[in-house]
Design a binder for this molecule. Structure first.
Ligand code: FAD
Length: 380
């Protein structure tokens, strides 16, 4: 069989290549960036237990220690209602695992090298014509020269964002995610926080002895905070979060603009968009790469026995099979941002009642926790 092409050698492209290789399917990766430039740079990832199991199968779970989340505390600032999810109640050792994206990428890259999977760096790919049997890709070198075109029975786009807006649902939140590492006065005891504030959600993820902070702010306020010095940022963070955790210093500040972009159909003739290239989500529920790994895993399940991996019926079955998980994750994160971000009178009370219901009803909490860990069908 001819090689399946993967566009994008970020964490998802690398993981997808390993999944295909594990099934004996030939694969080649292309990436526009130079070999040594990292893709998802400063990001810290909270990966679910389901993702850990997938990466473990690929021998790609980092050998360096990750930080387990054993409790998640969810609340809204300045109003009643809160709930706590515990790993012990869900029968898992951890609800999630926190690690710097760079450590995952290094481990994935090492496995791809061991498996001798070819990667062509500094090669920008554009999709060309699809025929009955193949799709043509135009490959351009970084220096502007055009290479011979590539023919493949199937191209998997793992480009890290939804590029086309045609056929996609797009909503710009006019918000930025502000990221930093925060030192704290007392040990975190592996507790994560999701606190909804009127400006947007504020998440604290335990990482080593610190917290990794993902703090959503309206675009204008985010600009002001980016221009502020560390001391002003620290004091703004403290007053946004409240007194339950005491921050003593911050470092590694960064910012990302936030939007929802969802391709309604993640497939075309001999082409599949995976992960962030199929759906770019608000990071409020930490679902991006978790959902992406489930996309890739189910795609490989769908094509591994197929005579022709790019067959239209196979791809249509894959798209139907993924619809529930994709739309549920996008809808859930979008609903969280919109309902907790609204200042409509009475909504704070309704949200408080929702959180109190979650706290009082273990089966409801269990339902939500399983879906956050394993996806819409509590998979695998
Ligand atoms: C603030 C923030 C916090 C997040 N937190 C979490 C979290 O806690 N948990 C979680 O699961 N997810 C989280 N995410 C999402 C997660 O970071 C992404 O899902 C993940 O990093 C995307 O990986 P990727 O491999 O799909 O894309 P990328 O890492 O962006 O890689 C894409 C690659 O494709 C290459 N490329 C693009 N176009 C072309 C082309 N035409 N030709 C050749 N190469 C091309 C690029 O050079 C790049 O190397 C978060 C996202 C943000 C913004």
């Amino acid at each position: 069989m001819a090689e399946i092409a993967i566009v994008g050698a970020g964490p998802l492209g690398l993981a997808t290549a390993l999944m295909l290789h594990r099934e004996g399917l030939p694969v080649r990766l292309f990436d526009a960036r130079p070999a040594n430039a990292p893709s998802s740079e400063a990001r810290v990832l909270a990966l679910s237990e389901g993702s850990r199991q997938i990466l473990d199968c690929l021998a790609a779970w980092p050998t360096t220690p990750t930080t387990p989340i054993t409790t998640i505390h969810v609340s809204q600032l300045g109003s009643f209602g809160s709930t706590v999810m515990r790993a012990s109640e869900e029968g898992v050792a951890a609800l999630g695992h926190v690690l710097p994206a760079t450590e995952l990428i290094q481990q994935l890259q090492a496995q791809v090298t061991d498996a001798a999977i070819p990667i062509e760096y500094e090669t920008l790919i554009a999709l060309g014509e699809a025929s009955q049997e193949t799709i043509r890709l135009q490959a351009k070198h970084r220096d502007g020269s055009t290479r011979d075109s590539v023919e493949t029975p199937l191209v998997l786009c793992c480009e890290g964002s939804v590029r086309a807006e045609r056929g996609a649902l797009v909503h710009d939140y006019q918000q930025h995610a502000l990221l930093c590492r925060a030192q704290i006065a007392d040990p975190h005891d592996n507790r994560a926080f999701e606190r909804f504030t009127p400006d947007g959600p504020l998440a604290l993820l335990p990482l080593g002895d610190d917290y990794a902070v993902v703090w959503t702010q309206p675009a204008v306020r985010a600009q002001a905070l980016l221009a502020a010095d560390d001391a002003d940022w620290l004091s703004a963070l403290q007053s946004a979060f409240g007194t339950q955790v005491r921050f003593t210093a911050i470092r590694d500040r960064a910012s990302y603009p936030l939007a929802l972009k969802l391709r309604l159909n993640p497939t075309a003739q001999r082409c599949v968009w995976l992960g962030n290239a199929a759906q770019t989500l608000h990071p409020v529920a930490g679902q991006g790469l978790n959902l992406a790994l489930r996309d890739a895993w189910e795609l490989v399940e769908a094509i591994r026995e197929a005579q022709d991996p790019g067959d239209a019926d196979v791809l249509a079955r894959y798209a139907r099979g993924r619809a529930l998980d994709r739309f549920a994750a996008a809808g859930f994160s979008d609903a969280l941002v919109r309902s907790f971000g609204s200042r409509l009178p009475g909504l704070a009370t309704a949200r408080g009642l929702g959180l109190a219901a979650l706290s009082a009803l273990p089966p409801l909490r269990h339902f939500l926790a399983r879906r956050m860990i394993f996806g819409a069908r509590a998979w695998p």
